[in-house]
Design a binder for this molecule. Sequence first.
Ligand code: DNO
Length: 375
Amino acid sequence: MQTFSNKIAIAIVIPFIYNIPVHRRKDFMKLSFRWYGLTDSIPLTYIRQIPNMYSVVTSVYDKKPGEVWDKESLLALKEASEKHGLKMEVIESIPVSEDIKMASPKRDEHIDAFRKNLALCGEVGVKCVCYNFMPVFDWLRTNMHHKNKDYSESLSYSADDFAKVDPHNLHLPGWDESYSPDELQSLLKIYQGISHEEYFNNLVYFLKAIQDVLDQYDINMAIHPDDPPWDIFSLPRIVSNEKDLDKMFEAVPNKHNGLTLCTGSFGASKKNDVPHMAMKYAKEGRIYFAHLRNVLYTDDKDSFVEVGHYSGSGSLDMYKIVENLVNNGFDGYVRPDHGRNIFGESDKPGYGLYDRALGCAYINGLFEAAEKNRK
Ligand code: DNO
């Protein structure tokens, strides 16, 4: 029989040996952090030191969209995470190939690969998959090194600078290495022949084709909104606002069809009321993942700068967003999003350690306050 002091010793020693996060409440948000796998310059030992850290958000990076992943790669990521006391419950992303998005003859083959990748994720315990359905560019900025007055650097978008970009001779920060100029031109050309309605139907076709795998493994798909949330170069964008989301959930009502509430992406448009969207879609049980970051509007057009997470630094009311999530039953995954480059970091714009770690501390505070004032 175990004595009382034995039990206390076990309660202290076991979490210590296995590095188990011990302070997490069951119905609370699950704090996570994007980790670019075993070659990420930010080690898991650092990520683990962030208070309340629960899971990494990662992916398999050595395969192209449309290819089937190796289970060993996923297992290696999971093993490394768990060795450091972190879960690997979120994948961002399984990329959706352009063939699926534009419904090329290779679409079904690529969907089959996507289904296989989902099944692999399910087998290793992944619970949420973030993906996007943006044609060609998954985000767009005009400056990756915007100098802020506080000596930090961040990503920014200037409507005036964007107007000067020549779509026939595209050079976009962050994208110049992803496509050759010819590839880019032919992609843009194909998409020009696809209407918003056709493009939406391609999304629905894709979602319907993966539902049984989601059901089987109980995986939640969390679509990432268009970033920024408006059409660029006449490419069809269909996940930019409430109307788009309502239409998608109506077409594919399965509960595994959900949303990544990316506050900075939706919030880049003044037309989106992000606190309201947080309330509405949390109430509908559609938000499985939240990317929390702030943006500052810099003119009366569509320009913005990515700022620190704190409400006072930008244009979004981060507390209101979190309060609306909490009061409407949100208990999904949360991660800080693009941080500024601060304290001399200059590695991956948006994905340094320091500002995202500060973002985590702030996010923990927002959730703790909202929980304590829960209505
Ligand atoms: C940018 C990210 C996006 C996101 C994808 C999800 O920093 O938020 O690249 O990972 O859109 O598919």
